[in-house]
Ligand binder design. Structure first.
Ligand code: GLV
Ligand code: MN
Length: 202
């Protein structure tokens, strides 16, 4: 999904650990003479997120391996995350505006699903060693259906897929979306919107 590279690599000189760097979608290149093997190496996903997942209200932890975390990915059009799910945990409904996502389960089992633009829900219980793919931009989740911790590696065809979390983007936006807009959009009473906002606004 990203632009074609015009050179072998362009290790990001600065990423600021953030998606809102002024030169996004690319980052300035570190001089090639200063590039070392370690620029193409990333150990950030070696660390387990199981404890964070067990502690989180969703029972999940996503460790990103996008260009902000791994500067060597700049201009290469790929990235990777680690998803840890406690039993019963969910990586909550979200979408990626800039990439398709390949979910490869490396431990346990999880229900992985997305909804197409036609409104069809596609899902599958995916087990260790198996994969499922999420088309670009579609809302999806992973839900641990097993009794043990589960883990997936997710791979994207973008260095920075972006993430729109469904509930926080609607009920936690800052400044807030007016209650009247949400109530009418969801065809519910304003009290329900206030309740949802109380969960997703800090
Ligand atoms: C999982 O859906 C992820 O975005 O890593
Ligand atoms: Mn995802």
């Amino acid at each position: 999904a990203d632009p074609e590279p015009v050179q072998d690599f362009c290790v990001a000189a600065v990423t600021n650990g953030s998606a809102d760097h002024p030169s996004y979608p690319g980052f300035p290149c570190k001089p090639a003479s200063a590039v070392v093997s370690d620029d193409f190496f990333f150990a950030g996903l070696a660390k387990s997120g199981a404890a964070e997942a067990a502690d989180s209200p969703f029972g999940s932890s996503v460790t990103p391996g996008n260009v902000a975390a791994f500067p060597g990915l700049n201009t290469l059009g790929v990235s990777i995350n680690r998803v840890d799910l406690a039993p019963g945990g969910v990586n909550p409904l979200h979408s990626h505006p800039r990439a398709a996502e390949l979910v490869h389960v490396v431990a346990g089992q999880m229900l992985v699903g997305f909804v197409s633009t036609a409104g069809t829900f596609y899902s599958k219980v995916v087990r260790e060693g198996e994969s499922f793919v999420i088309p670009r931009g579609l809302v999806h989740f992973q839900f641990n259906t097993g009794k043990e911790a589960a883990r997936a590696v997710t791979v994207f065809n973008s260095q920075l897929p972006g993430v729109v979390l469904a509930a926080p983007s609607l009920f936690g936006a800052d400044p807030e979306i007016p209650d009247a807009v949400l109530a009418k959009s969801f065809q519910v009473d304003g009290e329900i919107i206030k309740l949802l906002k109380s969960k997703f606004r800090n």
